[in-house]
Every structure is written in structure tokens, then in C-alpha cells.
Write a protein that binds this ligand. Sequence first.
Ligand SMILES: *[C@@H]1O[C@H](CO)[C@@H](O)[C@H](O)[C@H]1NC(C)=O
Ligand SMILES: *[C@@H]1O[C@H](CO)[C@@H](O)[C@H](O)[C@H]1NC(C)=O
Length: 375
Amino acid sequence: MRSTYLLLFLGIIVPQSSCGTSQQPLNEGANRQYYICDGCVPRELVLAPGVGFDLSSPYGTAAIRYYNGTVVDIGRVEGSPEYKDFMARLSAPYKQYGPPFRTPLDRVEYDLDQAKRRLRRLQKLPSTEDISTLHVMLSKMRYLVMQELHMLPRKIVLSLPYMPNFQPEDLAEAMELADLTPLESFRHFGDSLDNTKAALAGMGTGICEHWQDIQKCDEEQDRFKIKQTLALTYTYDELVVETFLMINPYHFIRVERSRFPDLSYGTWDTDRTNTTYWDTIGRKVVETAKKRNTLPWPVEELVLMGEYAEEKRFLDSIWKALGGSMDVQKLWAPLQRPKFSAEFIAARGAAEMAKRWLGETWGCVEGDWCEGNRD
Ligand SMILES: *[C@@H]1O[C@H](CO)[C@@H](O)[C@H](O)[C@H]1NC(C)=O
Ligand SMILES: *[C@@H]1O[C@H](CO)[C@@H](O)[C@H](O)[C@H]1NC(C)=O
């Protein structure tokens, strides 16, 4: 059917406009219109490796997704004390920055911060200390990737935990200082990707197989059932429990998020005689997941992130807490795949998205003449 439209396209549009910016609807699917692209995705983008960075509270990880489908964990960079402080400080709960001000003190603080930023810029420094901190982190990660690729990566997908107090302009400034450009897709705008979305992509959950053809991809993604998702991040510094209604890895509704620094792996590590620690973890996870009445419970999808999330006692306590009320066996299936790594899963997913966003068309379907371009 596509070739019929192709003939139409060539027959009608091309003689009239040689520059070829006009587009002809290809198909009206489920409320969608598909257009034939003017050109093909350049071969260099088809072949380019996708680079993904994930920043978690104590460290950052990087992964590469090659054209041939191989995903490689590149390595990890430890966060400095300033970095860890920054990640904790800018996480939830959200605090309004800038007008409208709730109290006169908020205004004074804001004006002071703005003045400090101006002063730093006059001195040719990054606008804030935090931006410097992040710049250093990103540069180290970029260097790690360079050792693997033998060239400095420029366009990347950056995965981040939910940080409502992190100003988008500050992230943009840090990326620019590190000479990095955030990749975007017609499906995703913004300088970063939520780490849970990245982790799902890393698990291969909900993402389409035929991403090179957006129409086929949409058809696949339309079949994805909305899932009640529980995401656990477990590191030396914190335990984060989040619940989502996952529509697909591009769209979700965050229902609940609780951060427990006192239930971090570090808490256990400093006092291994604590007999209630593991049970408390299980209890808090279930409490958080059930917080908003019936949603999202029972859990249909489980996402594990963070360096200690595969710790046996951690998994046992979650298993025990979730068990009884649901079919927990199937929740574990994606986590038992070979090469699964909770530490790298978000970076891997970010790399997968990076590969896709480099090699994807921008909302149109490639014409038949592009056949062979991706082989
Ligand atoms: C895929 O490409 C990478 C980089 O060129 C290479 O290291 C890896 O061995 C390849 N994997 C397969 C299965 O061909
Ligand atoms: C054991 O750990 C839990 C969770 O961090 C904490 O609430 C509790 O007070 C600890 N108990 C002791 C005896 O330190």
C-alpha cells in the first residue's frame, strides 16, 4: 500500500516542487497521519553508536549501544561529596524557585541567588557551584566513553532521577560546558530522560522492535497494556520507592515517590547487627506502593535500579513483602535475563534510546527508495 502512495507522491508532488518540502499523508491510522520522509536517514547516523549516561545519587554510569545491537557497559564514575550533596538537595519535594513568591524571604533568597549567578558569570565561571560540579562529572563520563570509542561523544541521552528542583537551564549550561548535546526525538523533548523510563528501555519493556519505521512502532506500542509499575532504587545513599502508571516508556504518570536515606545500603553496612532493617525495607516498599488507595496495586511491572538492588537480602525482603498478594514470579522474569545489571540498566536504556533517536526519522516514514540504507 505504501508504494501506491509513493507513486502518488512522486507523480504529484515532485514535478511541482523540486525542493521537496511538501509532504503527502501516507496513512491515517488511529488518529495519526503518516508522511513519507523527503529523504533517508543519513548512513552515518544509521551506523553511529548510541551513548547513554545515567546519573544516580552517588555515581554516574555510561553505556554504548552499537549499530549491531550489542550494548556495552562502559564504566562508572564516583560522585564527589559536592555531587552527592547536589543530587540529594535538588530531589523532591518540589520548592518553587523564582516568582511568584510565597514569602518576602523567598524573594530575598531568589534575588541573592540571581546576584551571585551574575557575579560568577562576570568572573567567567559557571553560573552556580552545582553547574561546575555537574560539569566535572559529565566530563569524566565523557572521557570514559572516549576511551572506548576513540572519539569524544557529542550527542547523548542523559538519564536522571526525578529532580524537581533542578532548573532545566542549569542542566543545559552544564551539558554545554561539557560539550555535550542532548539527543531528542519527535517522541521525546527535553534535555533528559527520567531514569525509570530509561531502565524500562534497558529491560526492553514496552519499547517497540521496529523503531526504524515509526508507523510499525506505533502499532506495536498501541498494543502495550497500561501497567502499574513499581520502581526501586537502592544505593549506598538511599532507597527510593516510586509507583507509576506506565502507558509506554515515553508516557507515564508518577503516582508516588518516597526517598528513604535511612534505609540505604549504607545504613545496613554501618550496623549489620540490626535485626529489623530488612523487614523495615519490605514494609516501607509495600506501604509506599499502597499509599494512594488502590492505585497502583497490584504491581504488574518491577524496575530495579542501583548498585545494591541485586543484593540477595534486599530481593528476599521485597519478595517476602510483595508475596502472597500477587503473582510475584513473573515480576522477576525481566531481571533474570542474562547480563541484567541494576547498576547499569538505566545507562543501557539511555544508550538504546540514543541509538534510536539518532537513527529514527522525525515523525515520517522512509520511502521505499531508502531500502538497503540500514543494512
Ligand atoms: C558489535 O559491534 C561492536 C563494535 O564495533 C563489536 O565490539 C561487537 O563485537 C559487535 N558484536 C557483534 C555481535 O557483532
Ligand atoms: C534498624 O534499622 C531501621 C531502619 O533503618 C531503624 O528504623 C531502626 O531504628 C534500626 N534499629 C536499631 C536497633 O538500630
